[in-house]
Design a protein around this ligand. Structure first.
Ligand SMILES: *[C@@H]1O[C@H](CO)[C@@H](O)[C@H](O)[C@H]1NC(C)=O
Ligand SMILES: *[C@@H]1O[C@H](CO)[C@@H](O)[C@H](O)[C@H]1NC(C)=O
Ligand SMILES: *[C@@H]1O[C@H](CO)[C@@H](O)[C@H](O)[C@H]1NC(C)=O
Ligand SMILES: *[C@@H]1O[C@H](CO)[C@@H](O)[C@H](O)[C@H]1NC(C)=O
Ligand SMILES: *[C@@H]1O[C@H](CO)[C@@H](O)[C@H](O)[C@H]1NC(C)=O
Length: 487
């Protein structure tokens, strides 16, 4: 075929494509037309060859025709009967149907064993607002590679109070499956619980993405993750009430924005703007980064991030986060890392003893800002008993403005004239009566060369004495954190 003929053909085909595409708007099943459009965007010669090939095979090979006509994996909600994108009438039936169609759609092999690969099927809300009266629960388990995106889902006034708008738990369990779902992406969604129940629940699933979602008006929880691994919550905004800090109703904020009852999840670049508890964690090895909690002030009984891990292994990293008038509470921390975070408005970190364990804790390189009310940046709750198993706890190098700094390392210098130097380190040291390592340097003024010794260390107080009175400066470093074996 010469160049002119190709050009002519391209013209004709482009015309056909646009004709058919107009047609698509009335009929969602014409996948072939999509296919043509995609091919048409390829570099010119290849595209033409591909087009001719497809057109020819369409006309004479039934098997290719079937392949080419295989149903689209994009399910536009507006094409379902009863879908009302204006949010006036109930669209539950349409959403349930679209989800069923997607879950029962064509598959290509498996992801994890038993998880059928839906090939990237998409349920597209096309920017509509849909009201539902019961949770969107998946009918079957064992599916993966699916996206729900692009619109608003809102609870109706009779939505169950214990339900979640999107519930990734199968309505019938399949005991032969290790996980329910894998690689399901929920993105670009506003989920409005209308003060009835919660936003999203993910049960025993793997590699779920919640991305760019705005979850509000929940009364229970914004997002709950139960079991499974690797639910990644990114770039999202959660709040019970739509407010930006100066809300007179703050005292009444309730609910929890995110609950992680599983391991290996990540919350990154997420803002929690109203809730009683920002993030509650009871699983291991979760990571929080770039989380801004201004859910409700500590003074009103709220917590930004609460870690209570029953397995006894906290194994949580909180980095680069912003705790804004609300703090972090950790019960019996075992392997906890908090760094590079900013605490504003007298927000502090509370270590709460339940079994008296604090092991492998790094709280370093954070900034704390308060209002000179004498509040400690790190605090202990020993109401249930003292911390008795303290090992490898490093709380150091945090800076404070308008708050008291607490640490596990205290450095002091003391100048005096006499034969005894008593230094009290309690104002800095976090744990009472605990010094595991101590160094001091004795620098006499003038031409003296006295004998001196460390005479007493008790209750975080240090006594150094010299054999003759001298004028001297002593420098002390006391450490509560390291055990003898690892310092
Ligand atoms: C349970 O999952 C297995 C593996 O995917 C599948 O073969 C089986 O049909 C499922 N059973 C039910 C009742 O869905
Ligand atoms: C499925 O199993 C889980 C865990 O055993 C259970 O909590 C849940 O209620 C079951 N769901 C159904 C629909 O039976
Ligand atoms: C908080 O809730 C109580 C009881 O529901 C109500 O009386 C009060 O007005 C609410 N306060 C604010 C500030 O909204
Ligand atoms: C230190 O104390 C001694 C004895 O009380 C006194 O003689 C000496 O002047 C003092 N030195 C200084 C620098 O105050
Ligand atoms: C060390 O000091 C404490 C109080 O400061 C005291 O009770 C204790 O008897 C002292 N120990 C010795 C060996 O002097």
């Amino acid at each position: 075929m010469d160049a002119a003929a190709r050009a002519m053909m391209l013209f004709v085909l482009a015309g056909m494509a646009s004709f058919i595409i107009i047609h698509v708007y009335d009929n969602t099943h014409l996948t072939m037309d999509r296919y043509l459009l995609v091919q048409h965007q390829l570099p010119e010669t290849k595209a033409l060859d591909a087009l001719f090939y497809r057109l020819n095979s369409m006309s004479d090979s039934p098997s290719t025709l079937m392949q080419a006509n295989s149903p689209s994996r994009v399910y536009h909600l507006r094409s379902y009967g009863g879908a009302d994108p204006t949010g006036k009438t109930d669209s539950t039936k349409a959403l349930v149907e679209a989800i069923c169609d997607a879950l029962e759609g064509p598959t290509n092999g498996y992801l994890m064993e038993g998880i059928l690969n839906l090939g990237g099927a998409q349920i597209n809300l096309d920017g509509g607002i849909y009201i539902i009266s019961r949770p969107l629960q998946f009918s079957v388990a064992g599916r993966g590679n699916l996206v729900i995106q692009g619109g608003t889902i809102k609870s109706s006034d009779n939505f169950p109070n214990d339900g979640y708008l999107i519930d990734l738990s199968p309505s019938t369990n399949n005991s032969s499956l290790e996980y329910n779902y894998e690689f399901v992406t929920l993105r670009d969604l506003v989920l409005d619980s209308n003060f009835r129940g919660g936003g999203i629940r993910v049960v025993n699933s793997l590699r779920i993405s919640i991305d760019n979602c705005y979850i509000t008006h929940f009364t229970t929880n914004g997002i709950t993750v139960q079991g499974g691994h690797e639910t990644y919550i990114r770039n999202s905004f959660l709040g019970q009430h739509i407010t930006a800090s100066r809300d007179t109703g703050k005292r009444n904020f309730s609910g929890t924005a995110i609950i992680l009852m599983g391991n290996d999840n990540a919350v990154s670049d997420v803002v929690i703007f109203s809730a009683k508890i920002g993030i509650m964690i009871s699983g291991e090895a979760n990571t929080l980064s770039g989380v801004h909690c201004y859910n409700k002030a500590t003074g009103y009984g709220s917590t930004g991030i609460y870690l209570r891990v029953p397995s006894g292994l906290t194994q949580t990293r909180i980095v680069n986060s912003y705790l804004d008038y609300t703090g972090i509470v950790v019960e019996d921390p075992v392997q906890l890392h908090i760094s590079s975070s900013f605490f504003l408005g007298d927000a502090y970190i509370l270590l709460k003893s339940v079994k008296g364990v604090a092991n492998g804790v790094n709280i370093v390189d954070n900034m704390f800002s308060g209002s000179n009310k004498g509040i400690d940046n790190i605090q202990l709750d020993q109401e249930n008993g003292a911390f008795t198993k303290i090992d490898q706890v490093v709380i150091d190098r945090n800076n404070v403005k308008g708050m008291n700094v607490k640490a596990t390392v205290a450095r002091r210098s003391e100048h005096g004239n006499g034969s005894s130097w008593q230094v009290d380190l309690n104002s800095v040291l976090l744990f009472p009566n605990l010094i595991k390592q101590l160094h001091y340097t004795f620098i006499p003024n003038g031409n003296y060369f006295p004998k001196h010794a460390l005479r007493n260390v008790s209750n975080n107080q240090v006594l150094i004495e010299s054999n003759v009175p001298v004028e001297a400066t002593i420098y002390i470093t006391a450490d509560q954190g390291c055990s003898f074996s690892n310092c």
